[in-house]
Design a binder for this molecule. Sequence first.
Ligand SMILES: *[C@@H]1O[C@H](CO)[C@@H](O)[C@H](O)[C@H]1NC(C)=O
Ligand SMILES: *[C@@H]1O[C@H](CO)[C@@H](O)[C@H](O)[C@H]1NC(C)=O
Ligand SMILES: *[C@@H]1O[C@H](CO)[C@@H](O)[C@H](O)[C@H]1NC(C)=O
Ligand SMILES: *[C@@H]1O[C@H](CO)[C@@H](O)[C@H](O)[C@H]1NC(C)=O
Ligand SMILES: *[C@@H]1O[C@H](CO)[C@@H](O)[C@H](O)[C@H]1NC(C)=O
Ligand SMILES: *[C@@H]1O[C@H](CO)[C@@H](O)[C@H](O)[C@H]1NC(C)=O
Ligand SMILES: *[C@@H]1O[C@H](CO)[C@@H](O)[C@H](O)[C@H]1NC(C)=O
Length: 565
Amino acid sequence: MFAQLPAVLVVLLLAGVLVQAASIPKTTADNKGNLVHRNLWNCNAHFFQHALPKNATLERVQMVPAGGTFGEGTANIPYPYQPTNLPPLCAVIVNVTSSPSSSFRFGLLLPVFWNSRFLAVGNGGFAGGINWLSAGSGTHYGFAVVSTDTGHNGSVTDATWALNAPEKQADWGWRSLHGSVTLGKALTAAYYGGRKVRYSYFSGCSTGGRQGMKEVQVSPDSFDGALIGSAAWDTNNLNTYVTQLGIYNLPVGAPNYIAYTRFPVVAEQVRAQCDAADGVRDGIVSAPEQCRFDFTKLQCGSPGVVLNASACFTAPQIQTLKNIYSDWRDSRTGAYLYPGLLMGSEDMWLAGTLLGYAAPSPFGIGFAQDFVYNDSSWRWQTFNDSIVETARRINPGQATADQYDLSAFRRRGGKIIMYHGLADGLVPTKGSELYYNRTQQAMGGATKHLGDFLRLFMIPGMQHCYNTAVDAPWYINGEFQADLMGTGLWSVPGFADTRHDALLALMEWTEHGRAPDAIIATTWNTPTNPLSGVLRQRPLCPYPQTAKWMRHLDINKASSWYCSA
Ligand SMILES: *[C@@H]1O[C@H](CO)[C@@H](O)[C@H](O)[C@H]1NC(C)=O
Ligand SMILES: *[C@@H]1O[C@H](CO)[C@@H](O)[C@H](O)[C@H]1NC(C)=O
Ligand SMILES: *[C@@H]1O[C@H](CO)[C@@H](O)[C@H](O)[C@H]1NC(C)=O
Ligand SMILES: *[C@@H]1O[C@H](CO)[C@@H](O)[C@H](O)[C@H]1NC(C)=O
Ligand SMILES: *[C@@H]1O[C@H](CO)[C@@H](O)[C@H](O)[C@H]1NC(C)=O
Ligand SMILES: *[C@@H]1O[C@H](CO)[C@@H](O)[C@H](O)[C@H]1NC(C)=O
Ligand SMILES: *[C@@H]1O[C@H](CO)[C@@H](O)[C@H](O)[C@H]1NC(C)=O
């Protein structure tokens, strides 16, 4: 940075910086009593090169001024958007060799005003790239934040890098996050003069939810608290299920096929029949499992049909709908393989599951070709249920996060907040319920409450990780939520407190033992634009509790609702 300046000026400048730095106390306390460490010394290549182990190299180190930006632009295929309006920080990119045939990179953001805490953020789908937006968002809290590229460079739907590359699969499966957290924490401590990281957190959604859950299982000491959203935790069963799901509505033009232009009709009928199942008619299907849906109202020629001849569905199409809403069972043994989609997810069938396209989702096809069968010519037309057995036997990359006994994590005081949108049309909502149930079984049986360390919050009307098509309160600052609204946002705009921000709620629970009995979700008049004004707020409740409306009070206000079983 000093390349163009005469040497004498450089010396003067450096001296000035040193005098200035020396006059700032290295440690002060902020208004919450947290120690805040100001660090101006170590943001240089020399420091990091010496701090790194032999298997890691420094790719970049850069001081980012207040209000600045950092990232890789379009060289980062899945995460080209850079965070803006950053607090002053030191940005680092490190490349770690993970095996003779693989390596992963991570970004580490080290704020000048550090809150003594560490945060790791997750990725999405098969995305190979450092998630700069989510990382940037975390620095506003004062976290030192790490994000890994998961060991490859590619788009969210591209799995071709995984073909015959078990080491790369392992990086994506768990090793890149584990290595980034371990080394990221060590660098953080060294950078701030050997001070200990006081608390370590994780926030991730979708694949990010899987990554966090896997890390808790692999290394119970990595995090003190984990925020786990819409988790795609069961790679073997889920990434095969999405192929089966697509096949329910294929091939195009067959009697069972439903064109995507008809999905809104299904959504409307589901709302008509299921909206009130929770006792409140508000446009949000909040209790889909309590809805006794009458398919004959949609079926052409049936006595109760409410749709006209051009809008109604034929018997084979009705069967397709039933399949989509059913749990997936092995066609030979009847064994339970994965839960199906919930009623209320229809608005996401096209964009999420890609129902209505000519082939199943790339999350399914890529997994079958590049992770399971090692055969890029494999065709979905040959799909059968034995793929689950095969996938589970191979367990590619050990990505599946299916250890249910989290005793070691619980024993050391770890806390987990899980959440999942009830209108998720990509990763079935009931998958989170399944993980919760199995954890309960593994840790003492159905009567044993997990609530002292693990709570699951369903978000009625929320789609996959974020957003709503039905004006449902959805925003709790889960991963990607702030990113959806802009490049410089963080927390819950206007409500940055422990009641509305799930990350702050997790910190409150972890550090002060105050468990979240509810988290208030928010939506705006334009769901992704806080400047449009708050439309609705409503508490989310720890499963199996649900939010109950106090009749006659304003349905759009959080105070009109309470949680109960
Ligand atoms: C990722 O690959 C693209 C080409 O497909 C390239 O332009 C880009 O520089 C690569 N990014 C990284 C971080 O290696
Ligand atoms: C990371 O380092 C490995 C091993 O030196 C190298 O093969 C790889 O190209 C590096 N990755 C990037 C993105 O530079
Ligand atoms: C890199 O080296 C460190 C120190 O030797 C070791 O603990 C770590 O496991 C290695 N990381 C990977 C990804 O191999
Ligand atoms: C049939 O119902 C659909 C959906 O409600 C409506 O858009 C269409 O106009 C109706 N067609 C006729 C012929 O009534
Ligand atoms: C695919 O390759 C992996 C090794 O990379 C192997 O373990 C696995 O069994 C292969 N899959 C099949 C279906 O043979
Ligand atoms: C199921 O699929 C696998 C992999 O394509 C194939 O080897 C097997 O023969 C199929 N089984 C049946 C019963 O079709
Ligand atoms: C979880 O357990 C509850 C209570 O036993 C049960 O009602 C629910 O169906 C289970 N959900 C799943 C997905 O297994």
